[in-house]
Write a protein that binds this ligand. Structure first.
Ligand SMILES: NC(=O)c1ccc[n+]([C@@H]2O[C@H](COP(=O)([O-])OP(=O)(O)OC[C@H]3O[C@@H](n4cnc5c(N)ncnc54)[C@H](OP(=O)(O)O)[C@@H]3O)[C@@H](O)[C@H]2O)c1
Length: 301
């Protein structure tokens, strides 16, 4: 991880005003008041890097962060935002340079800041050559509107192509005990090229908290009740067996985050829905796992 990008735990703000970028949930996530309570608790705990995206909650996530910044004037707050997904049903998407320029300006307006520290291409755009994407991101960096730029949701070949085209500094991909794909190519490439790797969905959308049980219907309002598609494949005996064993070894969410943090090349983007949800990440930071314990947990899954 480059020394200029230091956070091990980043506050994910994808639950503010929606569930990520899915238009059907815009306006149904954490309210501005709930978001304020989470940001206050994170800031007080020393979490100083916040992660959002233009499309989270259809702009509501960035707006809530902007209001919090105006109210609290936090000294030293650092921000990641992203673009790719449509801001609403039927609106445009992608990484065409004119769109990226427009979307960054709209993000800066919602956040009420002149610059973000990290700007990510939220998805790979098959319709825009990555050299063009790098070109516009480089232009925005030279203009002082972003500190650094990176990619999200990329595979190994895409990352290699991007590295040949521009100075991408970070990758944000799904990574957890239940989703090990990043280990194959992306994590090694990040380590080799000195890119900051950020793991999103560190609890596999809540699965690694142990909240989902064999033969028990998901609780109302939970991720599995509201937006189960990305996680439906976890619903099997092998996963339930591993989760039960994880619980026998300790508090599962804490172990799952400690497992990620035990790799010095990995930072974690947590997704709390209330202030208490920060506890596993804070406990994990305070009690690092040994390499031996890390391997033992990996072997469960
Ligand atoms: N780049 C991308 O494409 C991308 C994609 C996804 C996320 N992200 C970023 O990464 C962040 C985290 O992702 P994620 O929300 O999927 O992370 P996650 O931690 O895997 O899942 C979050 C969900 O887990 C549950 N949860 C979290 N902490 C808990 C705790 N301590 N105890 C009990 N349940 C807990 C909540 O579930 P319930 O809702 O069921 O209560 C919450 O909505 C997002 O906010 C966003 O900033 C980026």
């Amino acid at each position: 991880m480059p020394p200029s990008l230091p956070a091990r735990v980043v506050l994910g703000c994808g639950n503010f005003g929606g569930i990520g970028s899915a238009p059907e949930f815009f306006g149904r996530g954490e309210s501005p008041e709930e978001a304020f309570a989470i940001m206050d608790a994170a800031w007080e705990a020393g979490i100083t890097w916040f992660d959002t995206a233009d499309a989270y909650g259809g702009g509501r996530s960035e707006t809530a962060i902007g209001e919090w910044i105006r109210a609290r004037r936090p000294d030293g707050l650092r921000i990641t935002t992203k673009t790719f997904n449509p801001m609403g049903t039927g609106e445009d998407h992608g990484l065409a340079p004119a769109r990226v320029r427009r979307q960054l300006d709209s993000s800066l307006r919602r956040l009420g800041v002149e610059r973000v520290d990290l700007y990510l291409a939220h998805e790979w755009d098959p319709d825009v050559p990555v050299a063009e994407v790098a070109g516009v991101l480089e232009e925005l960096r030279a203009a002082g509107k972003i500190g650094a730029y990176g990619l999200s949701n990329v595979d190994g070949p895409q990352l290699r192509e991007a590295l040949a085209a521009g100075s991408f500094a970070a990758v944000q991909n799904s990574y957890s005990l239940l989703d090990r794909e990043a280990e194959r190519e992306v994590l090694p490439l990040c380590a080799e090229h000195g890119l900051w790797f950020q793991a999103f969905s560190p609890l596999a959308g809540g699965w690694l908290t142990g909240k989902y049980r064999r033969d028990v219907h998901p609780q109302e309002g939970s991720r599995m009740a509201m937006r189960p598609e990305p996680y439906a494949h976890y619903c099997n005996e092998h996963v339930f067996d591993a989760l039960e064993e994880l619980e026998r070894r300790g508090e599962p969410a804490t172990l799952a985050i400690a497992w990620l943090l035990a790799d010095p090349n990995v930072s974690v983007v947590v997704g709390p829905r209330r202030p208490e949800h920060l506890k596993p990440a804070l406990d994990a930071l305070a009690a690092p796992l040994s390499a031996e314990d890390r391997d033992a947990l990996a072997a469960l899954f």
